[in-house]
Design a protein around this ligand. Sequence first.
Ligand code: CAO
Length: 565
Amino acid sequence: MATLEIQVPDIGDFDEVTVIELLVKPGDTVRADQSLLTVESDKASMEIPSSHAGVVKELKVALGDKVKQGSLVLLLEVAGEASAPNPAPEPVEQAPDAAASVAPAAAPAAPTPVAPVAAAAGPVEVRVPDIGDFKDVTVIEVMVQVGDSVKLEQSLVTVESDKASMEIPSGAAGVVQELKVKLGDTVNIGDLLLILQGSAAVAAPAAAVAATPNVPADPAAQAPAANAAVAAPAAVVAAPALPAHNPTALALGLPHASPSVRKFARELGVPLAEVKGTGLKGRITDADIESFTRSVMSGAVQTAAIAAQQAAKPAAAGGGEGLGLIPWPKVDFAKFGPIERKEMSRIKKISGANLLRNAVMIPAVTNHDDADITDLEAFRVLTNKENEKSGIKVTMLAFLIKACVAALKKFPDFNSSLDGDAVVYKQYYHIGFAADTPNGLMVPVIKDADKKGIFQISQEMSELAKKARDGKLSPAEMSGATFTISSLGGIGGRYFTPIINAPEVAILGVCRSTMEPVWDGKAFQPRLMLPLSLTWDHRVIDGAAAARFNVYLAQILGDFRRVLL
Ligand code: CAO
């Protein structure tokens, strides 16, 4: 065994960076290249990977510490004789328990600062500067749009590799004439980001001419941009300069989170902008993403928008002023008789805020209809009898999920979400179902329900419902629904008006089926009728489409062979 000193590697031009996240603790086994901690400057965050596999013996930094190249990060115990894989400044000690200095694998290079050197008029091409060793970084945020006035050094886009994210500020001032990148694009050094109608200082493309990452550009190399052309677009490299920390910009722009947290959030479909960070300086941590996702529950809750929750708070808490309403009545209930006061559960508080937001913000309409499920119920009962030994009980809800998928395919508007002025049509069919649990409502999700059969859906549903009741649903199991069904069929009732699970645009409520006399043109026949209540977002869906959706759904439930048509 040898003990290695893991130090902060060359992190480019950053003088000092703050430790904002510790990703390991003493006793943890780490792989070579595994991220150990996240450091952050005012414009970039990066993860510092381990150069070796081993066991963390001692952490030498704490949250909030300032570190720079060469700072000792931790002591790592490595098996046998350690050797540094990447250029290491110090040879590794081989003596047992001797501490050795090892530089971790190359860390992300810092964008190189450049200075504004000249005024420009006319179109100015703003390009990706030298961003160090990164290739094919992804644009994860575009902070400006056409027509925006951009100041020199104002952040334009955020790019992200698997280990770092950084904002790319503008090397020129002006008005955005044309955007050349969009979310999800991959870019490299020199790629065109946007064209500005230049009006002020232009930064020289110093970063672009820096010979190697992490090496400050030669000031002489800044000269060409001083002559930024007037007629032809001037080639300007976005200057990754590092102005002083600007909390306002942060608040308005990129949520504060490390690349791995962003990736985690993306995997779960969590909108980072809606997550409240509890880390240093309000930074969003993995735990925040997890607790956010855990709070996604109830028949009317999918995502928690903190901002909306805040806005909704006055009303929820007894105000109403936020909505311009008269205050909630304050009554001394004890005056009228004995009372008991109980705090609402955390889940109820969170889901309440979400329900309120969804109820207030969505112009929702509910259509009611009935489906004749006489034959389907007979088939279900027979199927269960025939498959008694399998241990899988086929439920009406499984058929409903399958029938809804067919209806969603026929009416794609119902499987969409609103995103600003655009409608996002999802080509996958993840169906959430409201589950009543002792802790409150949860909405587990059957993923890819279109690709699953009734048995599989029934089995998954019963497993997920059990997990929900036991409080063991993982965030991933509650994420990504495209449509939700809330079934009160096992309980009773006729119709109700479910609240849409934003950002979905529709939800189906189902109540208990009852035997009813149905006129067949000659006589009343006893038929098993299932009450359906479809709530839909009128911004995306029209009443006629909703009526058609219900009619089609009822037709399928009436004769499941229609699914094949
Ligand atoms: N009509 C008549 N009977 C129905 C029915 C319907 N629409 N749906 C279910 N049933 C019957 C079942 O067949 C079962 O009967 P048996 O025990 O005789 O077989 C019984 O009711 C209980 O069913 P279930 O509720 O256990 O199973 P399910 O698949 O219908 O539902 C689940 C599962 C998790 C959705 C349900 O347990 C649940 O939690 N429902 C509540 C959802 C809710 O609260 N929604 C409101 C949200 S808005 O506040």
